[in-house]
Design a protein around this ligand. Structure first.
Ligand SMILES: [Zn+2]
Length: 253
């Protein structure tokens, strides 16, 4: 049976506020994290885990938000190790394990672009590791017309099939098409061409369940956008294992 006392310190009730913040084990993890200062400066008047969580999140830039969430995940993971496997992970182990796990994740930016004169469109995808280093990219040309949202959804679909085909299963696919991403996450039936594509994306993303599809703002998706645009201009499509010049300046940013 899972007891209600905190598995990490065996003294207090296991509530989120305790487990992730006031527990001495959590404090030891935060102490060696990148967000130590923000955690130490948590205002005393915060009253719940949710308030604390959003307060800290608001203090951090994108990179350190990842450290914050990574540490939360690590604390939870070590708690499970104690409860289910009867082991006693240290704070150092917790942080290094969480860091290693996070580093296995890849991000794949996707986009679509049109050549209305030639009645064709292209999709592109750029895969990077957790640190933002380039790994591989791909563009492909599709003949015929499509709605913008259809082309965007096709780009996501192609990225999902491609990534799964390469054997990666910890991937976040990022698209700047909110319409497509929302439709993929929705369960509402849609029998249009667009609906069929987004349903296929949903099916592909479900197994393994560690594939995520996220909406990002346009300016954060410049690599994929520029990759597709240049591929259409040069009528050159395919896979590249080295950073194409069309996106090298953005990748270096
Ligand atoms: Zn505790």
């Amino acid at each position: 049976m899972v007891s209600s006392t905190c598995a990490n310190c065996d003294s207090m009730l296991e509530q989120p506020w305790h487990l992730f913040y006031t527990c001495q084990f959590a404090q030891a993890c935060w102490e060696i994290s990148d967000v130590k200062n923000e955690i130490n400066q948590s205002p005393a008047e915060l009253e719940s885990f949710a308030e604390w969580f959003f307060h800290i999140l608001g203090k951090l830039d994108m990179e350190r938000r990842q450290s914050f969430v990574m540490t939360l995940w690590g604390i939870w993971h070590s708690r499970n190790e104690r409860v289910w496997n009867n082991t006693s992970p240290s704070a150092n182990w917790t942080m290094s394990h969480a860091n290693d796990t996070l580093k296995e994740w890849l991000a794949c930016n996707v986009d679509a672009g049109f050549d209305t004169e030639k009645r064709s469109f292209a999709v592109g995808m750029v895969v990077r590791d957790f640190n933002g280093s380039f790994i591989i990219c791909k563009t492909s040309l599709h003949h015929g017309t499509a709605l913008v949202k259809e082309a965007e959804a096709l780009a996501i679909h192609e990225a999902l099939s491609w990534i799964k085909g390469m054997g990666h299963d910890k991937v976040i696919v990022e698209s700047d098409s909110k319409t497509s991403v929302d439709a993929i996450h929705s369960e509402a039936p849609d029998l249009t061409e667009f609906g069929l594509i987004t349903t296929a994306c949903r099916v592909l993303s479900r197994s393994p369940s560690s594939i995520k599809i996220d909406y990002i703002k346009r300016q954060a998706n410049r690599t994929a956008h520029s990759l597709v645009k240049t591929a259409l201009q040069q009528a050159c499509f395919g896979i590249s294992y080295i950073v194409p010049t069309s996106i090298s300046s953005i990748i270096m940013d």
